[in-house]
Design a protein around this ligand. Structure first.
Ligand SMILES: O=C(O)CCC(=O)C(=O)O
Ligand SMILES: [Fe+2]
Length: 211
């Protein structure tokens, strides 16, 4: 197995109850390489919002089910609508990385069955939303950042209000669960700082237990 823990740093910052930042927890270049290997089978694409608009963020998935959006709504699907075949299986190294991050934040037996992979090109953003298509909200969301840094915004359980700004850098993991699991959140913009292995955009992976 690839050594994804080479950059491991012991710090864990608690940003609010249920929200933890694990800075520089994994090697962004190694996870980028894992993502690239999935793209032949399930390339990035721009899905449509339920309202029919093209999403600014391109996405793909791996795992037993993948998150999709179209004019019928948001949901998880066992197959990729581009090919009508199953999503690529979740790579063991990703699973183990997410489980170790979850454990560090007190989630002992996290079993993600889905990994949504988002690609942000320069200028793209993700408007505030809740992640609520999963069945069990007692399970956290483990979010990995690769490439250009981004300004992530965390709100409360209601839409609007004042956001907490969280800077996410290449190699960082954000864990959100517990009382913050249904908090609104989004990505306001990409920042100029970028690692050499990915300077033109950002990739974010969110590992979730969907079923
Ligand atoms: O890109 C990020 O950091 C967040 C992604 C996200 O919130 C989502 O995919 O639901
Ligand atoms: Fe989200």
């Amino acid at each position: 197995m690839t050594d994804l823990f080479s950059a491991l740093r012991p710090e864990r910052e608690c940003l609010q109850e249920g929200v933890y930042l694990l800075p520089n927890f994994f090697d962004g270049q190694e996870v980028l390489h894992i993502v690239q290997q999935l793209l032949d089978q399930a390339p990035f694409r721009h899905m449509k919002t339920p309202g029919g608009r093209r999403m600014a963020v391109a996405l793909t998935n791996c795992g037993t089910v993948g998150w999709i959006s179209d004019t019928k709504g948001y949901r998880y699907s066992p197959t990729d609508p581009l090919t009508n075949t199953p999503w690529p299986p979740m790579p063991a190294a990703l699973l183990s990385l997410a489980r170790s991050a979850a454990e560090k934040c007190g989630y002992e037996d996290f079993r993600p069955d889905s990994c949504l992979i988002n690609r942000y090109d320069p200028g793209s953003a993700l408007s505030p939303h809740q992640d609520r298509n999963e069945n069990d909200f007692s399970q956290p969301i483990i979010s990995l950042s690769i490439g250009r840094s981004a300004m992530f915004q965390l709100y409360g359980q209601e839409r609007g209000g004042k956001a907490v700004n969280i800077r996410l850098n290449d190699g960082d993991i954000l864990v959100f669960g517990g009382p913050a699991r249904l908090n609104f959140h989004g990505v306001r913009r990409l920042l100029p700082d970028a690692p050499a292995h990915m300077s033109d955009g950002r990739i974010n992976l969110t590992l979730r237990q969907a079923l």
